[in-house]
Design a binder for this molecule. Sequence first.
Ligand code: PGA
Length: 265
Amino acid sequence: MEVIIMKTAEKAEKLAARIIADALIEKPNLTLGLATGATMENLYHKLADMNKKGKLDFSLYKTFNLDEYVGLPAKDRNSYRYYMNYHLFDRINIDKRNTHLENGMAEDLDFECAEYERLMEEAGGVDLQLLGIGLSGHIGFNEPTSSFSSRTRVVNLTPVTMAQNGPYFDPKKGEKMPNRALTMGVGTVLDAKKLLMLVTGERKANIIAAALEGPMTSMISGSAIQLHPDCTVIVDEAAGAKLKLKEYYRSAFKNDPKWAKYQKI
Ligand code: PGA
C-alpha cells in the first residue's frame, strides 16, 4: 500500500484524476470501478473536463459502481445511478450501456447481486477500483462486521451511515433514506487488479488512520485494503492528520521514480 498526502483536497482530487486518466490511456478497454459520495464529485468533474478538452475518450470503457440504494429508481435524485449520470456519465462520451450499477429496484435482489458479479466476471474483472471511505469505515456499503470474503449482496446500513447520508434526503419533498443497499462485497473489491482510494477532509482523519495503520478488522471494512498488493491511497492534509507514518509517506512519494511525473500537481 502506498499513501500519498497532498496539501489540499483540490490537489488530491487532481492527482486521483491524473492517475485514472493515465490508466485509461494506457489500456483503452479498461474496466473501471467507480464510487459515489461527496468526495468524488470534483474528481468526476475533472475527468469530464479532460474528456471535453479531447484528452480522454471514454467510448470504449466499461464501468461498475460499488453500490446502490434499495428501492430508489434511476430517476430519483438520491439514487447513485442519478448521481453517476449527473456528475460523470452525462458529461462524457461514454456509452451508457457500458455503465453498470446494481439495480436497487430489482424484484429479486439476490439474483440481481449474483448477476452483477457475473457481469463483472464476463468483463474480465475490474482493472482499477476507485474507493472512498465512510465514517463507519465502510468501503462500498460494507458496514462493520462485513466479511473480508463477502461478495455483492444486500446489506443493512448502520446508524453512522444513516446519519452521514441522511442529510441528502429532504423529508419536505417526501424523501426518506433507504436503510438497505446493494453493494459489491469486500472480497469483490479486493478482486480488482488495482485499488485507488481518495479520502479528504478532517472528519475522515480518525477512520482513515485506523483503516490504514490499525489492525485489519471486519469492524472497519476499509482496513481490508491492507491485503491488496496494488493499492494507492490519496489523502489531503486534513484527512491525513492522524497518520503516524506521514514523514515516511512524504519521502516515498518524493523519491520513488514512478511518482516523478506527478510532483508538480
Ligand atoms: P463521502 O462518502 O464521499 O460522501 O464522504 C464516502 C463513503 O461513505 O464511502
